[in-house]
Ligand binder design. Structure first.
Ligand code: SAH
Length: 435
């Protein structure tokens, strides 16, 4: 007979139920807290009370009896818990409770229990209980941890289930999600959960297939731009098509992930899309991602701020720096001692370098770094001086996506003390300890 046949899972309404807890040490303490949170009225019997349990008794949260267990303590009880450190007392409680047909749980001794306690995962609006029939608490904990990490995904599915149940389904939600700079390891846990639970993913050309493959296999994948066509900034036609697709899918009651490279609110039109959804009355949520500047700086070992080298960091859109004026960039106000991180700057590296030297008055020997395909396998990092930037970009054939860093910090190369390959190969060890 399997354990599933032995234990019948139930969820008890404990509000107002009378519970006896025998024992008032560490193990009992956890149970007492949990039971009180579910509305049980508790009597705690023990010779010695731990400080927290004594506090609960003094505050009247539980009825405390400082005495050895006696069978009559079970009178009128709906449930009993034996959680002392003395096996014979626990056995006595279990025997007496069984005789009176009061359900009893003995901590860590499933054979003496008439009911066992599952591992629990509490999410927004749901509880998952996990049991291995008391045979393998370690596995139950592992499953609980697995579920804990996937709460977002469960929440999306839960929400979908709720929508299905409702007579008039409310509109779906659009999640405007940052996918980070491209390496799947740099997705947030929330982004991963939402991808797994998505019905549709509308993504940018910069989001690699490796990340898209993490979406639910059933999710529709929609991309409106082709690499190289727009350098990340779409035409208004394309933007209108994205808006229309988000609205249509959401109104069909779908969970839509609008997946954008980096952070959705950094040069990503995430703001415009959110404004559009708000105007249309479509619920949305914004999930941040690691922006390319942060991802590339870390990957290249460039500290964007540094007490000795840079006290500010400025994010610039390089494609606006076309050297013709009227760009919206106030060159004179760029902090002289900061780091400038330029997005979409490759194609206009020459005009950009000129503007930085002539208008922002940066010396030609200001350090620069170019990070192409940052965080990805194909990453390349080149360093040099501002006056040389156009030549560096041209000579190496740098192509989008690339970040340009300008400022003293760009010369830094914080070299890792760890070999990444090694980490991946030994990923069962306590890697973090050596970092
Ligand atoms: N929202 C994004 C930026 C979109 S604009 C973010 O927060 O990162 C697109 C520009 O981002 C590219 O032209 C490039 O400058 C930069 N970029 C994105 N991914 C990159 C990567 N993996 N390596 C280098 N630059 C990247």
């Amino acid at each position: 007979m399997t354990h599933e046949a032995k234990y019948f899972p139930v969820f008890l309404d404990l509000r107002g139920a009378a519970g006896l807890v025998v024992g008032a040490g560490k193990v009992a303490e956890r149970k007492i807290g949990n039971l009180l949170a579910h509305g049980a009225r508790l009597t705690v019997v023990a010779r010695n009370f731990s400080v927290p349990v004594r506090g609960m008794a003094e505050r009247g949260e539980v009825h405390g009896i400082h005495a050895p267990f006696r069978p009559e303590h079970l009178d009128g009880m709906d449930l009993a818990f034996a959680a002392t450190s003395d096996p014979s007392t626990n056995r006595l409680v279990a025997g007496e409770a069984r005789r009176r047909r009061i359900p009893v749980n003995v901590a860590d001794v499933p054979e003496e229990c008439t009911f066992i306690l599952p591992a629990m995962v509490h999410g927004e609006g749901f509880t998952v209980a996990v049991s291995t029939g008391g045979k393998n608490p370690g596995a139950a904990r592992a499953i609980r941890e697995f579920l804990e990490e996937r709460k977002e995904e469960i929440a999306v599915r839960f929400e979908r289930g709720r929508r299905r149940r409702d007579a008039r389904p409310p509109k779906g939600t659009v999640y405007i999600v940052g996918a980070g700079p491209g390496n799947p390891d740099l997705l947030t846990v929330r982004a991963l959960g939402l991808l797994r639970g998505a019905d549709a993913v509308i993504h940018d050309y910069l989001v690699p297939g490796e990340i898209l493959s993490l979406a639910s296999p059933k999710a529709a994948r929609i991309c409106f731009a082709r690499r190289g066509k727009t350098s990340g900034h779409g035409s208004s036609l394309k933007q209108a098509a994205i808006h229309a697709a988000m609205a249509r899918l959401a109104r069909e009651g779908k969970s839509v992930v609008r997946l954008k490279s980096g952070d959705p609110l950094v040069f990503g039109r995430g703001g415009e899309e959110a404004e559009y959804l708000a105007a249309e009355g479509i619920p949305f949520d914004i999930v941040p991602g690691i922006t390319a500047a942060a991802g590339c700086a870390a990957a290249a070992g460039i500290p964007m701020t540094h007490r000795d080298l840079s006290s500010s960091v400025t994010f610039l859109a390089g494609h606006e720096a076309d050297g013709k004026g009227g760009t919206g960039i106030d060159w004179k106000r760029l902090p002289a001692d900061g780091t400038i991180a330029v997005y979409m700057g490759v194609a206009r590296a020459e005009g950009l370098a000129r503007d930085l030297m002539e208008k922002a008055n940066l010396p030609a020997d200001t350090p620069v770094a170019v990070v192409e395909n940052g965080t990805l396998c194909a990453q390349r990092v080149l360093r040099g001086r501002l006056g040389d930037l156009p030549r560096i970009v041209k000579k190496a054939g740098i192509r989008s996506p690339a970040m340009l860093f300008v400022g003293k910090t760009s010369a830094c190369e914080l070299s890792g003390r760890i070999d990444r390959k090694n980490i991946e190969e030994r990923n069962d060890g306590p890697v973090a300890e050596s970092v």
